[in-house]
Design a protein around this ligand. Structure first.
Ligand SMILES: Nc1nc2c(ncn2[C@@H]2O[C@H](COP(=O)(O)OP(=O)(O)O)[C@@H](O)[C@H]2O)c(=O)[nH]1
Ligand SMILES: [Mg+2]
Length: 403
């Protein structure tokens, strides 16, 4: 970390109550600030040597119990009781001792030596699956940084075609890189009673959506985040798309169409135990051509019609076709492959920079390409930084309510 001109105080544990909290103090004045308040229980060398743990109290011999650990020359950790009042008091006192109190994400982004890796470390806290975390961990260890440095070398040596190929490879991975943190949006559309909510529940493995034989039970969009083949996916169970008579259901249908417009993938759910109806045909016409067709209720006697499009056969009653459906969803969404250790851009600003580099190469504007490359290595513009979750705080796994 680059704390030559600044001493930072940061709460490293989550914002809520816990058994233990950890406050890090880092910078040239770290010991000076801590020593104003920390009283050792037993006389020991001052300041404590690196990696030695010292027990003591904050402010007075009867004050708050604190365990102090010096982890580097100018870096200390204070381990205290995990109530918010205790961490608040420590941080207030450290602020009075001229430390700058900052959030954990701002603290990580202070790492001026490798902003791309620092950004990956921040976003790691938002990862929802092991697979996406492993890919982001690679970037926090410098894979993307290394690729951008290689790009810089290509540009310096005039190997413009090789540079262009590298940028194109990175951009191809970028569409997936954005979904290391942000789940893919998968909208389930189809006639009322087609079996959409049952399918969502089967994919989630629990009864999230109300399933009922009365058509129109699902009035709003019910979204639930789950992992499919290791990728975070938001399943959006919509109201059946049809001409709804009732105003509440009609609003649900309108929302279903909105969800569809922003979805990464639409699933067209069709009841295999009923004839393929005009309504089904009408819904299919409103869906993008890329929509994945899923037939339901294959445990019941099947209707084969000429107009019925081919698709994946499923039955939630028998549990068949669900794995094939999961594989099909991911093969539609994840169109590139990459191996452990590959570089992946994972923010919109990184992708915008790579787009700009590609455009500059196309226009033979080498100085702009070099400038953009340099910018990526020096500073990560934080305009598209999504709201970071504090470590330990889980994101909302479900949104919207069933009416
Ligand atoms: N036999 C059978 N019934 C199903 C299956 N999937 C759903 N159903 C039934 O079909 C009805 C409508 O299901 P639902 O999921 O609410 O449909 P939605 O309106 O499209 O959300 C319910 O009575 C379900 O129990 C299936 O795979 N097999
Ligand atoms: Mg439903």
């Amino acid at each position: 970390m680059n704390f030559e001109s600044l001493t930072a105080a940061v709460c490293l544990t989550g914002p809520d109550r816990a058994a233990i909290a950890v406050v890090a103090v880092e910078g040239g004045e770290a010991w000076a600030a801590i020593s104003r308040y920390f009283l050792q229980a037993k006389p020991r060398p001052i300041p404590p040597p690196i990696d030695i743990i010292t027990f003591g109290h904050w402010k007075t011999p009867q004050g708050e119990e604190v365990v102090l650990c010096r982890t580097a020359e100018n870096r200390f950790e204070l381990h205290c009781h995990g109530g918010t009042a205790v961490t608040g008091m420590l941080l207030d006192d450290l602020a009075n001792a001229d430390c700058r109190v900052m959030g954990w994400d701002e603290w990580i982004r202070q790492d001026a030596s490798d902003p791309l890796a620092a950004e990956a470390r921040v976003r790691l806290a938002e990862c929802l699956t092991q697979k996406s975390a492993a890919m982001l961990l690679d970037q926090s260890r410098g894979c993307l940084t290394q690729a951008i440095r290689t790009l810089q070398d290509h540009l310096s040596s005039g190997a413009n075609d090789t540079a262009r190929q590298l940028v194109e490879t990175l951009l191809a991975r970028g569409s997936c890189g954005l979904h290391l943190v942000e789940p893919w949006k998968v909208a389930l559309c189809g006639a009322p009673n087609a079996g959409k909510s049952s399918l969502v529940n089967a994919l989630l493995g629990f009864e999230r959506c109300i399933v009922h034989e009365t058509p129109g039970t699902t009035r709003d969009v019910v979204a639930s985040v789950t992992a499919i083949e290791g990728w975070p996916c938001r399943l959006e169970d919509t109201a059946g798309i049809r001409q709804a008579d009732e105003s509440v259901e009609a609003m649900g249908v309108a929302r279903a169409m909105d969800q569809l417009r922003t979805a990464d993938l639409a699933l067209f759910i069709v009841d295999r135990s009923r004839p393929f109806s005009e309504e089904d045909a009408d819904i299919q016409a409103r869906l993008p051509e890329t929509a994945l067709v899923v037939h339901t209720k294959t445990d019941l006697p099947k209707f084969d019609d000429l107009r019925r499009p081919p698709g994946i056969q499923t039955s939630v009653c028998e549990g068949t076709g669900l794995e094939a459906l999961q594989r099909a969803i991911i093969s539609r969404l994840v169109t590139v492959t990459w191996s452990p250790g590959d570089a992946v851009p994972f923010t919109r600003s990184q992708i915008a920079s790579l787009d700009a580099i590609l455009e500059s190469l196309g226009e033979r504007d080498l100085s702009r390409a070099k400038l953009e490359t340099q910018r990526m290595l020096c500073a990560e513009p934080s305009s598209d930084v999504s709201e970071s979750h504090p470590p330990g705080a889980l994101p909302n796994w479900s949104t919207a309510n069933e009416v």
